[in-house]
Design a protein around this ligand. Structure first.
Ligand code: PLP
Length: 379
């Protein structure tokens, strides 16, 4: 750090020069991220409440009430208004909490978790930290092959996982079949709806035929939903919801020194932004289900538009007809890595997987951006 501070103007000038190197959502160039520009209203609210620390919840009882209200609103969207849980930092933390709670509840050695091979790498992190063995089930057409699960269930299986809106292609595992298995073998089912949680409920209310994926299925015990993805909330914002507090009671997080008094939170982080909770609550109240439905439908229409445009390009293979607002494609004559390099050189931010290039058609993407991307891909 320098000995003497600069003027605000000098700091701002320096900052602007350096930050210019960042790619922003409003450039229309980011087709690879599951995050988006936070809604302007939630940004305004967030910046008003920067001092709030939910790590000391006894100090901010109003914010804590907003957290409970937010979980109740999201629980209602997921067919269980009585769900309990927390607003946390991201899908990674939320998935870690789900495994942590299950591991502590069952308290057995050699605990195993059964999950799809396409699951997000946050489960690898969770398993590594918690000493859990992951049993990965291969996918068939991009979703978990349910027929392969039964023979992998053992006395050590503490949890099964299904994904609603998976990372590579946005596909949805057959959650109803997973729920049946969960009931049959008395194993709880955790759903990673980090991406899908803020779009599937709205599409299901419209013409989209997406099967049940939430607490309406009796085997589903916990769900992760990330407002900082399709919920357009400021980063960081994720929610972990449980059907009841059976597992949560096994997470003892008593901290004696907090200035607001003992108020244990069943989360991983200590100090963390209360502004995430406040702005999420405000945004959900501002947009309502109507507002979120409009956003979801616009993203799906843009996805269909991009899908049709991509289909007109010769030499291209689209991995699968999109179910949500994610498209995977490849070119027959060029490796995905070389293709990604070429596309990125032209200024586009895209994601590359071993099998395809992934495009995520988030709320910040409009038709003009899509036309520009297609022109650039075709040239
Ligand atoms: N789960 C899924 C399905 C994801 O796609 C992601 C991130 O892309 C995560 C979890 C992790 O979320 P985060 O980056 O918010 O930790």
């Amino acid at each position: 750090m320098r000995n003497h501070g600069l003027s605000q103007k000098d700091v701002n000038d320096k900052l602007t020069r350096i930050i210019k190197k960042d790619t922003n959502f409003n450039s229309g160039k980011i087709f690879g991220s599951m995050c988006t520009a936070p809604h302007y209203f939630s940004q305004k609210i967030y910046s008003k409440y920067l001092e709030k620390n939910i790590g000391d919840p006894g100090l901010i009882l109003g914010t804590q009430k907003l957290e409970n209200d937010s979980i109740h609103m999201i629980g209602s969207l997921l067919s269980h208004p009585g769900a309990i849980g927390s607003v946390v930092s991201g899908g990674t933390e939320a998935n870690v909490i789900a495994l942590w709670a299950a591991r502590n509840y069952f308290n057995i050695s050699n605990a195993e978790v059964i999950l799809p091979s396409h699951s997000h790498h946050s489960f690898n992190k969770a398993a590594n930290i918690l000493g859990i063995k992951l049993i990965k089930i291969p996918s068939k057409n991009g979703i978990i092959d349910v027929n392969l699960i039964e023979k992998k269930i053992t006395r050590n299986t503490i949890l099964m996982i299904g994904v609603a809106g998976n990372t590579p292609l946005g596909l949805i595992d057959p959650i109803n079949e997973l729920s049946d298995l969960a009931i049959k073998f008395s194993i709880p089912l955790h759903i990673d709806a980090s991406f899908g949680g803020f779009i599937i409920p709205f599409l299901r209310k419209s013409k989209y035929k997406i099967p049940e994926f939430d607490f309406s299925l009796p085997g589903v015990y916990s769900i992760v939903v990330d407002p900082h993805k399709m919920g357009m909330a400021p980063i960081p914002s994720s929610c972990i919801l449980f059907r009841n507090n059976k597992f949560l009671n096994s997470l003892s997080n008593n901290i004696n020194y907090l200035s607001g008094g003992k108020k244990p939170r069943k989360t991983l982080l200590g100090t963390s932004p209360g502004a995430s909770i406040i702005s999420l609550w405000a945004l959900m109240n501002f947009l309502g289900q109507d507002g979120y439905s409009k956003i979801a439908l616009r993203c799906m229409k843009n996805t269909q538009y991009l899908y049709e445009k991509l289909n007109t390009i010769s030499g291209i293979d689209i991995v699968q007809k999109p179910v949500l607002n994610i498209i995977g494609f490849k070119f027959r004559k060029i490796s995905n890595q070389s293709l990604a390099k070429k596309i990125r050189k032209k200024g586009w931010a895209i994601s590359v997987f071993p099998t395809h290039i992934r495009l995520v058609i988030m709320p910040h993407i409009n038709r003009q951006h899509i036309d520009n991307f297609i022109d650039s891909l075709s040239s």
